[in-house]
Design a protein. Structure first.
Length: 229
């Protein structure tokens, strides 16, 4: 079964209300193009340099999909990232949001949608906000009140790496609870509509626990080769 067939199979299996972002780290343009031709609407990338190379090869195919940054964004990469990505899923502090806001208009983005990244298992090796509703509320309130070129549209999280994927349920439930509380808060200039969680090995559990956006790569593209960029 090729990329096209796997994409179509997954899209049929995943509920219509759940968006599917292709996690395309290390994938070449030909592979991504095959998925786009099969109907993919959203592509997620981790690295700026790699994405730029892919976009050059895709040509007009670039405009057929929304491009999501699903990897960490460093301050010195913001100017390169903004013209490329339609959504930034990995904002976990005010400073990075502020830098995005300052540079967005110059990059041709009157408004750039972002998701707040939550470090749901509070792992020292991972970036993101602590999974505390009050702290996340304060961050979102500060961003929405002070930054005019950013629109917060959701939350993004990754569960810890565990052998038993069922053990991810409490983490996903916690993220869902925070998400629903933020929706109820109805903060101005915030459209809390996306909960991005779940990957190739955990998407089914994530959907069952309330995710409405999953990031799937290996299950569609196959095993990753060694990263060379």
């Amino acid at each position: 079964m090729g990329i096209r067939e796997r994409y179509i199979k997954f899209r049929k299996e995943i509920p219509e209300n759940v968006a599917m972002v292709l996690a395309a780290k290390t994938r070449i343009a030909k592979e991504i193009s095959e998925a786009i031709d099969a109907g993919a609407t959203d592509v997620g990338e981790n690295y700026i340099q790699e994405t730029q190379a892919v976009l050059e090869e895709l040509g007009t195919g670039v405009k057929k999909v929304r491009w999501h940054l699903i990897g960490p964004l460093q301050k010195n990469k913001i100017n390169q990232a903004l013209p490329i990505f339609d959504v930034i899923q990995t904002v976990g502090d005010y400073k990075i949001a502020e830098h995005i806001d300052k540079r967005a208009e110059k990059a041709g983005k009157k408004i750039i949608p972002i998701y707040i990244e939550i470090n749901i298992a509070e792992e020292k090796s991972k970036y993101g906000m602590v999974p505390d509703y009050k702290a996340i509320f304060k961050l979102i309130e500060k961003i929405s009140s002070n930054l005019s070129h950013i629109r917060i549209e959701g939350l993004m999280t990754m569960g810890p790496e565990v052998e038993d994927k069922q053990s991810l349920r409490p983490y996903f439930r916690k993220a869902k609870k925070i998400f629903e509380s933020l929706k109820t808060a109805k903060l101005p200039n915030v459209e809390m509509k996306v909960l991005s969680m779940g990957m190739s090995d955990s998407y089914q559990i994530a959907i069952e626990e309330g995710s409405n956006m999953v990031r799937i790569g290996t299950a569609i593209f196959g095993k990753r080769e060694k990263y060379i960029f």
